[in-house]
Design a protein around this ligand. Structure first.
Ligand code: URA
Length: 237
């Protein structure tokens, strides 16, 4: 469910503010009923008539991107940094599902399907996300088991689904760790390791639920197949 003026705007007819005027002026019908109340929430695929004309919902688009470093997961940036939607050639108003930090690389989905986004980012869906983290020190076996058991990060318990030490460089005093979590809080991986006294110096997401990067190089993307979208929607229904 989403606010009616937002749904009208997302279908490309007009701005949110103009949509509010149309609603107030009694020109909007949703599923056969006139709606004049501004805060009204409607289904994203609702049947909407504005000023006597049906408002078609925009075709849904779904992309899987291998995000490079130095790109921000936001729709605009005051500091004029490169934003993630600049990397995808489409006219659709797509946005990222969740966030990766400016300096994090790897798998991210972008779509204009609010329904799927809401489901995937809802904590009850429990999407498994796998990251490869480079740490500024050697990750000790003690800390590995401590983290496996679960630790509190910013007051909330985190227990990784999987945790492996992939490599340890004794000369450079660094470790590479693979961690799979369901949490989606901002900076969660960095904060997990910070809690244990490590700094993440490099971070990449290599999988999101059943999706992996495959052969996509940094900055490359592909459309999700119909089957993949169905699988994501089905799991989340
Ligand atoms: N956890 C982080 O700390 N950063 C990300 O970009 C993603 C997960």
């Amino acid at each position: 469910m989403e606010r009616l003026q937002k749904v009208i705007a997302s279908r490309g007819l007009t701005s949110r503010r103009k949509a509010e005027e149309l609603i107030k002026n009694g020109l909007v019908y949703v599923n056969g009923q006139k709606v004049t109340e501004l805060g009204t929430k409607v289904n994203l695929d609702a049947d909407i008539i504005v000023d006597g004309k049906h408002l078609e919902s925009k075709p849904k688009e779904y992309y899987l991107l291998n995000k490079p470093r130095g790109v921000i997961c936001s729709l605009k940036d005051e500091k004029n940094r490169k934003i993630i939607t600049d990397l995808i050639a489409t006219e659709a108003r797509i946005y990222p599902v969740g966030r990766l930090d400016y300096d994090t690389t790897g798998l991210i989905i972008l779509t204009n399907d609010g329904n799927l986004t809401n489901k995937l980012t809802h904590p009850s869906y429990e999407v498994e996300k796998t990251y490869i983290a480079k740490l500024n020190k050697i990750f000790t076996v003690d800390d590995l088991y401590k983290l496996k058991e679960g630790i509190k990060v910013d007051g909330r318990m985190v227990r990784p689904k999987r945790l492996k030490i992939k490599a340890t460089d004794k000369q450079k005093n660094t470790s590479i760790v693979e961690i799979t979590i369901i949490e989606g809080r901002n900076h969660i991986v960095k904060n997990i390791f910070k809690t244990l006294g490590y700094e993440v110096t490099k971070l990449s997401r290599i999988s999101y639920d059943f999706l992996t990067l495959g052969h996509l190089k940094s900055g490359e993307y592909r459309k999700l197949s119909e089957q993949e979208v169905k699988k994501l929607l089905k799991k989340s229904s």
